[in-house]
Ligand binder design. Structure first.
Ligand code: ATP
Length: 236
């Protein structure tokens, strides 16, 4: 049984069909990439999984739980965390406050503090700046904070929305190194990326979306040189 399974998912914004009949699976231990042109429906798909958005029809199951029957909070307790597009850190709060926010479903104060320490070890840049407000961090550091915040709920599945957006190439490589490392440590990852090549080089499988639908999918190694990917990515 896949860890996450989307079956014929449709999501609308009013009259706009943003996602149509989308089916996708993520197996335990995988990094799966979702790519496509701007507006293809990638963010909408992630937000439907995390229950930030209501689905119109279809099914989403995670470890046998029917996600469409539960609230966004419940989804986090099941083990899914999202690092949103644009990072969305609390600019006027400290790094520690932002990390604590990621642990809002947990009650084990000691464990939370231990995990914050662990985040500082994993992300030394955050540790060095731990007394600064999150809004004073660079884009790359804010991205690291957004990922660290998501990890604070101890997720089995991490949803990453455009982690490389607006970052310098060297920082992008650093973020992708972290993604691989997290995966090697047991976190399954569903990754939405504009940087298709790097995302495919980093992931096991890729789904390509066009106009709200999956047009094709396969092993990332096989699709990385596929002309159809470029075509979809450029929007046809
Ligand atoms: P991007 O890379 O630009 O974020 P995306 O593939 O993530 O693109 P979505 O953001 O999921 O695409 O958008 C899918 C479609 O839904 C687009 O046509 C978009 O214009 C539309 N859309 C997204 N958010 C809203 C909203 N809040 N209200 C109405 N339409 C929306």
């Amino acid at each position: 049984m896949p860890l996450l399974e989307l079956t014929n998912l449709s999501v609308n914004y009013g009259a706009i069909q943003a996602v149509r009949d989308l089916s996708l699976t993520v197996e335990q231990g995988e990094i799966v990439t979702l790519i496509g042109a701007n507006g293809a429906g990638k963010t909408t798909t992630l937000r439907a999984i995390s229950r930030m958005l209501k689905a119109k029809s279809g099914q989403i199951t995670f470890e046998g739980h029917d996600l469409l029957r539960v609230t966004a909070d419940k989804v986090v307790t099941y083990g899914i965390a999202q690092s949103p597009e644009g990072r969305q850190v609390l600019a006027r709060q400290s790094i520690a406050d932002n990390l604590e926010l990621g642990a809002y479903i947990r009650k084990d104060t000691g464990g939370i503090q231990a995990d914050i320490k662990q985040m500082y070890e994993r992300f030394p840049r955050l540790s060095e700046r731990r007394h600064q407000l999150a809004g004073t961090l660079s884009g790359g550091e804010q991205q690291m904070l957004a990922i660290a915040r998501a990890l604070m709920s101890r997720p089995k599945l991490l949803l990453l929305d455009e982690p490389s957006l607006g970052l310098a190439p060297i920082i992008v490589l650093e973020i992708f190194r972290i993604i691989k490392e997290l995966n090697a440590q047991g976190v399954t990852i569903l990754l939405v990326e504009q940087n298709a090549r790097l995302a495919m080089q980093t992931s096991h499988r890729t789904y390509v979306m066009e106009a709200g639908q999956v047009t094709f999918s396969g092993s990332s190694a096989e699709l990385v040189g596929d002309e159809r990917v470029l075509h979809a990515y450029l929007g046809g």
